[in-house]
Design a binder for this molecule. Sequence first.
Ligand SMILES: NC(=O)c1ccc[n+]([C@@H]2O[C@H](COP(=O)([O-])OP(=O)(O)OC[C@H]3O[C@@H](n4cnc5c(N)ncnc54)[C@H](OP(=O)(O)O)[C@@H]3O)[C@@H](O)[C@H]2O)c1
Length: 300
Amino acid sequence: MISGVRVVVAGSSGLIGTALVADLRHAGHEVLRLVRRTPAAPDERGWDPPAGRIDDGTFDGVDAVINLNGAGIGDRPWSGARKQQLRDSRTVPTDVLAGAVAEHGVASLLNASGINFYGDTGSRVVDESAPVGAGFLAELCRDWEVATAPAAAAGARVVLMRSCVVLSPAGGLLGRLRPLFSLMLGGRLGSGRQAFPWISLDDEVGAMRFLVEHPDVRGPVNLAGPEPVTNAEFTAALAAVLNRPALLTVPALALRAVLGQAAEEMILTGPLAVPAVLQEHGYEFRHRTVTDALSAAVDR
Ligand SMILES: NC(=O)c1ccc[n+]([C@@H]2O[C@H](COP(=O)([O-])OP(=O)(O)OC[C@H]3O[C@@H](n4cnc5c(N)ncnc54)[C@H](OP(=O)(O)O)[C@@H]3O)[C@@H](O)[C@H]2O)c1
């Protein structure tokens, strides 16, 4: 384990990035934030991913780069143009950062990706050895990961952080589902038999810091809670934590109306993923069950 790391974080203004920067600093690491606007604080450095530009000196003495950039997957319907934006807003920043890591000899690139890399795996449990699946999100994740290649080719340690849905008090998918339950309209989503891949925000951030501090880990890493659940089990746990009944089924049609095509790949199907690499390397989860994670997410 290494301490006192100097880290550059891109996409630091988002749900995960905000919590990650605070956690890294609390643990004694030094964080520089890459911002796509004019830098406004001593810890900020500017960059323009489409132009391939990053402020001079950004990588001086830097040990690791963490890339969290990307337009919101479930924010709006997936038109052809939106799909292109979802893809470009991930592959372009990744390509620019991987090139910079290679050029400046940075030791580690930790790149966000999604558990949707595996596609719909039915009832089969998947660890990091599973192949890429089918569907828009699986292909997007594959291309996103491939964009890290220049860093790996230059000898950097590349970690591909395949994250599940992050259960957070600050929003994310849970923020969109919670009002349904508060109105007692929440229920099983679709058939309920599909997997609901989850991780708590504390463990998302804790695992990312663990990966910064453990240079022996490289390649794909599932950021998943240790006990995978079906969607019906997730729904029952959420209803219990909110002290609301989960009597109804939210039909696939209604989910598609709210979330568009994203519902198909984000909620109505999902891989039953396990965090094999994190567990093999001794990461200790703060929230081992979905009930623990949901309690932490809705109590704060
Ligand atoms: N939250 C989840 O459940 C989850 C699950 C799996 C994977 N992930 C992935 O993990 C990463 C971080 O997730 P998050 O929940 O923190 O996301 P988020 O809150 O939407 O933040 C993503 C960050 O990306 C940057 N960004 C936004 N639009 C962009 C665009 N068009 N082009 C380039 N950069 C853009 C922004 O940072 P700046 O303005 O500071 O550049 C934003 O703060 C994302 O790539 C996401 O797909 C998240």
